[in-house]
Structures are given as structure tokens and as C-alpha cells.
Write a protein that binds this ligand. Structure first.
Ligand SMILES: O=C(O)c1ccccc1NCC(=O)[C@H](O)[C@H](O)COP(=O)(O)O
Length: 395
């Protein structure tokens, strides 16, 4: 990859920490992260964070094609035409409000303008828009190059998929990913007296193979601090960082906090994002749990090379409806065959409360289950696991 000459003739304030560069020309692809949007045929608008703008306003020297550069270039390409690509793959969740935020400032005046382009269509879209803002602020405070240094002091990544396979072989039941979740948008607060370490240790004693730790603060009352303290407390089960990932930066961040796996939601991420983020996970020694909810998402994900772990969510994240027959439906016929041929491990997610539910999804073909509500609500979560499986799976 050769260097680039990028010349901006003026910049316009857009958001507190963003600028739009206009009237520029680019001779070559830009080998550093920027969001690019096509405004009309032949004309591009590059959006850069201020720190990146300052870096980019000079002529950049040629760079070599290291694997990291290649990933960076991919990151830039993935962000191009994001909404168009997403829509062509049936993704209805928009990454950010297409018409900008509802509040605008002109001098000292505040204008509030609510329209279809700045009002989320459902809870998942609202979460994603909020996450986009949150991540861009976090990125400013801790840019990628700092995170990469932090990685040197992170605890080593553990084998998430290996732990699921081993537990399934040992117990003959689907292995359990037990969720450490205080609250959710659909169910409200699930456990008032919430001690993440105590719950995680009880899950481990109860026979969980892996744990899922909610890190979203606003909608789930979770945190990265919870992930970090569970890891530091010496819990041996590999940890899934249950987050709404829209930016590769979050994967590095999760790793620095001790995560061994992350969640990628197909209803939010286009194929290229999933492919690229799966590669980053491998680079960091982590697993990617790629979550689908319908046939179209399953077919997309089955076409992506490198996917080893698929989660079928029985909960529709746009309507909150839960139906465990969704797992069976998505594993029937050719899809199920393709999954076996590719050696993909399938996780049944959400709405599992009884031994009959576990038997039902196992019969459908899952080798693991992800369970939150039914066990986190129990005064003794360890016993909750035994009740869920109808048997003590720790022995
Ligand atoms: O659960 C929600 O309300 C929710 C809303 C929006 C996005 C995601 C949401 N939940 C994530 C999950 O699907 C569950 O935490 C997970 O699969 C466990 O489900 P459950 O056993 O039913 O608690």
C-alpha cells in the first residue's frame, strides 16, 4: 500500500468531537481509520476524529503492508457505504441517526427536531446509537495504540470453544454459558442484591463451562469493571464479554479487561464487519459468538469463512418476543447439515427455564446454551443450575 495525499480546504464542525472534511482529494486508499460515506456518485465525505484529522492533515509517508496495516485498511473499507451495504443484507438497524442528532445549536439557541431519521425504530437501534456515541468518547480517551500497549499486561486469553466442547463431552448435556446479568430492557431488574463475583463463583461451582458478563451500563446495569473483577477473582471459566460491538476497538478493549470471547450480532453487523472482527478475535486468541435470530441471518453467517461458534437467539431483540422453537427452526434441513459439515458449534440462547427446554434445544442440535434470567434470579444460582438441568452437572 502506498502513501496518500489528503488535502482538506476547510472543515465544518459537526459533533463536539467530529469534523467533516470537505473539498479534498485522495490519491490512494487511506491506511488509517476514518469513516467514509458516499454523498453522491463520485463524491466522498471523510469523517475523522479531531486527533486523527490532525494526524492526517499532513502528507503521510508510505507504509508497508504488514498484517496490521491490512486490517486497518479493511476497517476503513468496512465503514464505507455502511448503511447501503447493511440494507442490501436485510439489516434494518441503522448504525447512527441518518439525519444527525435531534438537538442542534445555532449560536446560543438550542433546536430540537424529531424526525424518522433521528428517532430509533426499536430498542436494539436505540442501544446501537447510544453505543456508537459511547464508543467514540471512549476511543478518544483510550486510542487503539494505547490499548495495544495495555494488551501486554492483560491476562492470557483462554479457550472458550474448547471449554464448551469439553463440558458437553463430560456431562452429555449442552454446556452452559451462565449469564451474569443484573437487568435487561425486556425484564427490568432481575436481581437487586447483585454481586457479580459471588454469582460467577456460584455458577462455576454449579458446573457452568463459561460465563457471559453483561458490560453495557445504560440498558443492562452491567460494566467492564464487573468483567475485570470476575477475572481477577480467579474464576477459571472463560468469559464472554456481552456487549453491543460496532467497532473493532471494542474487541481490543474487551481483551484488555480479561474477556476470552465477544458477541457479534448479525442483525447489526454486515458480513464484512463479521469477517473482519472474527479475524481480529483470532489475532487476539479470542472466540467470536456470532448471534443470529432468523433464517436470513443464519444463511449470511454460514457464508462467512472462519465462523466457528453461532448463537441462535430465541429472543427477537426488536420486539422482545421469545420463542424457543426458533432454535429448532434454524437448525432444520440443509442448514443443520451445513453446520455439522463445517464443524460449527451452536449455542441456544434465551428463554430457557426447565429441563424440558434444555432437552428440546439439545434435540434440535445445540451443543451449548446461554442462560440468564432463569438462573440469575435464584437466591442460590448454583442450585438454579441444578434445577435448570434436572441434575447436578458439576460432578
Ligand atoms: O434481554 C433483553 O431485553 C435484550 C434486549 C435487547 C438486546 C438484547 C437483550 N438481551 C440479550 C439476550 O438475548 C439475553 O441476555 C441472553 O440470551 C440470555 O437470555 P435469558 O436467559 O432469557 O435471560
Amino acid at each position: 500500500m502506498e502513501g496518500v495525499t489528503l488535502r482538506a480546504t476547510h472543515r465544518v464542525s459537526f459533533q463536539p468531537h467530529h469534523h467533516i472534511l470537505t473539498n479534498f482529494f485522495v490519491r490512494r486508499s487511506v491506511p488509517f481509520p476514518m469513516d467514509a460515506y458516499r454523498l453522491r456518485p463520485g463524491s466522498f465525505c471523510l469523517r475523522a476524529q479531531q486527533s486523527e484529522f490532525q494526524e492526517s492533515s499532513a502528507t503521510l509517508s508510505p507504509v508497508t503492508s504488514s498484517p496490521e496495516d491490512t486490517l486497518k485498511i479493511k476497517e476503513w473499507e468496512v465503514d464505507m457505504f455502511q448503511d447501503e451495504i447493511a440494507a442490501s443484507q436485510g439489516i434494518t438497524i441503522r448504525r447512527r441517526p441518518p439525519t444527525g442528532p435531534p438537538v442542534h445549536y445555532v449560536g446560543p439557541f438550542e433546536f430540537r427536531l424529531q424526525n424518522e431519521g433521528n428517532t430509533p425504530r426499536n430498542i436494539l437501534e436505540e442501544i446501537i446509537w447510544n453505543k456508537d456515541k459511547e464508543v467514540s468518547q471512549l476511543k478518544e480517551r483510550r486510542p487503539l495504540f494505547v490499548l495495544k500497549k495495555d494488551l501486554e499486561n492483560s491476562p492470557p486469553a483462554r479457550d472458550f470453544i474448547g471449554a464448551l466442547k469439553a463440558s458437553n463431552l463430560r456431562t452429555g448435556f449442552p454446556s452452559l454459558i451462565a449469564e451474569v446479568k443484573k437487568a435487561s430492557p425486556s425484564r427490568g431488574v432481575l436481581r437487586e442484591n447483585f454481586d457479580p463475583v459471588e454469582i460467577a463463583q456460584a455458577y462455576e461451582e454449579g458446573g457452568a463451562a463459561c460465563l457471559s458478563i453483561l458490560t453495557d451500563e445504560k440498558y443492562f446495569q452491567g460494566s467492564f469493571a464487573n468483567l475485570e473483577i470476575v477475572r481477577r477473582a480467579g474464576v477459571k471459566c472463560p468469559l464472554l464479554c456481552k456487549e453491543f460491538i460496532t467497532d473493532a476497538w471494542q474487541i481490543y478493549y474487551a481483551r484488555t479487561k480479561g474477556a476470552d470471547a465477544i458477541l457479534l450480532i448479525a442483525a447489526v453487523l454486515p458480513d464484512l464487519d463479521i469477517r473482519y472482527m472474527t479475524k481480529i478475535c483470532k489475532l487476539l486468541g479470542m472466540a467470536a459468538l456470532v448471534e443470529v435470530h432468523n433464517e436470513r441471518e443464519m444463511d449470511r453467517v454460514l457464508g462467512i469463512e472462519g465462523v466457528e461458534l453461532i448463537g441462535i437467539n430465541n429472543r427477537d431483540l426488536e420486539t422482545f418476543e421469545v420463542d424457543i422453537s426458533n432454535t429448532k427452526k434454524l437448525l432444520e434441513g440443509e442448514r443443520g447439515q451445513m453446520i455439522s459439515q463445517k464443524g460449527i458449534l451452536v449455542v441456544g440462547e434465551s428463554g430457557l427455564f426447565t429441563p424440558a427446554d434444555i432437552a428440546y434445544v439439545q434435540e434440535a442440535g445445540v451443543k451449548a446454551v446461554l442462560v440468564g434470567e432463569s438462573i440469575v434470579k435464584q437466591s442460590d444460582p448454583r442450585e438454579g443450575i441444578t434445577r435448570l438441568f434436572g441434575k447436578d452437572i458439576s460432578i
